[in-house]
Design a protein around this ligand. Structure first.
Ligand code: SF4
Ligand code: SF4
Length: 346
């Protein structure tokens, strides 16, 4: 139960994978220590991405020190054959390896996006060529959009998928995950803690791990988090009635308030990047208070204030989120947070 074979690849890894996002926001020395500690503990699957800034290079340095085989996954948002091939080269340089086990087309968000990926000169062909050359082991794709992912799984063009799955967004288990299992695709779970919004992290992690056949990737930014998650992996996966109730309560708390980043609501009448606004709390949690003073963040926030409440986006959101109301709440929340940190700029 603690280790598993990734379907059809012959590769065995720990079911708990280390996610590379938080490694960007801590000092390099600490990041290398966290990765090294996770490897010492027994985690031998690490996921990162080209656009996680320094994450790849820090993982590369830690792997060099570890001196043992770690299964690595990286991703690129480039949608062209040549572009993704160049990104693979950059990833290999940063990770200091001559072969990357899994390489994913990162965050395919819509049917149009998927068409770009699968076009003749698209990223999928870049991955296939790289596989032929032996620089990557397996082709993969990640998406937050469950419907797009369902189509991807139906088409069966990629060997592995990476999909969001947690107690507040369990929808992938309705169709995408069982279908991918049937087709013997490797399944990586991202955001088991919904990007940190879940208030019962240990239970949420146990819940995600309780589904067999999934590799659960989560970001860890210190040794205590590695210990906690490693402990959950080693423990049993049953739940008391009280725990089941807490999971249900947490799920209900977010029902109708959780943005799945699927982008169906867009385009907004006045070009507000809706999902970016609704991800603000999460971004601040990931990148820290400094996010609140970044110029690009300010620009995004200002655009939220332009909402004319036409309600066009409401009709398109499959989760019936009260988008204009949620955006107003977030603007208020940012004002409050800024006054809390007492930033001289505001
Ligand atoms: S309600 Fe606001 S956010 Fe939604 S489409 Fe209209 S202007 Fe854009
Ligand atoms: S607001 Fe709704 S449609 Fe838009 S990204 Fe979030 S969940 Fe998807």
């Amino acid at each position: 139960m603690h280790r598993m074979l990734i379907n059809d690849t012959g590769i065995e890894v720990s079911r708990l994978g280390l996610g590379g996002i938080p490694l960007q926001r801590i000092a390099e020395k600490e990041a290398i220590e966290v990765v090294s500690y996770a490897i010492e503990r027994g985690i031998d699957f690490i996921d990162t991405a080209r656009n996680y800034t320094v994450s790849e290079s820090r993982i590369g340095k830690a792997m060099e020190q570890a001196g043992k085989k770690i299964i690595i996954s990286s991703k690129s948002v480039d949608r062209t054959t040549d572009g993704i091939r160049r990104d693979i080269e950059k990833s290999m340089n940063e990770l200091k390896v001559s072969h990357i086990d899994f390489y994913h087309c990162h965050s395919v968000g819509s049917d149009e996006d998927y068409s770009r990926v699968t076009a003749k000169d698209g990223a999928l062909n870049g991955l296939l060529k790289a596989k032929e050359e032996g620089v990557i082991g397996h082709t993969g794709v990640s998406s937050y959009n469950v419907e797009v992912m369902e189509k991807i799984v139906d088409d069966n063009l990629f060997e592995t998928i990476m999909v969001g799955f947690n107690i507040v967004e369990p929808i992938a288990y309705k169709s995408v995950i069982p279908k991918a299992m049937k087709k013997k695709r490797g399944i990586f779970i991202m955001k088991p803690l919904a990007g940190g919004v879940i208030g019962i992290p240990e239970l949420a992690m146990r819940w995600a791990l309780s589904f067999p056949g999934l590799i659960v990737i989560t970001g860890m930014e210190n040794k205590a988090e590695v210990d906690k998650n490693w402990g959950v992996l080693q423990g049993g996966y049953s739940f008391t009635d009280d725990e089941k109730q807490r999971i249900i309560t947490q799920n209900r708390e977010f029902t109708g308030r959780f943005c799945h980043r699927c982008q169906y609501c867009e385009p907004c009448t006045v070009n507000i990047p809706i999902y970016k606004i609704l991800s603000i709390k999460n971004m601040v949690r990931i990148h820290g208070d400094k996010m609140l003073t970044r110029p690009d963040f300010e620009d995004t926030l200002e655009r939220a204030k332009n909402c004319i409440e036409c309600n066009d986006c409401l009709i398109r959101c499959p989760y019936n989120l009260p988008i204009p109301f949620m955006m107003k709440e977030l603007v208020k929340w940012v004002d409050y947070e800024r006054s809390r940190i007492g930033d001289a700029m505001y």
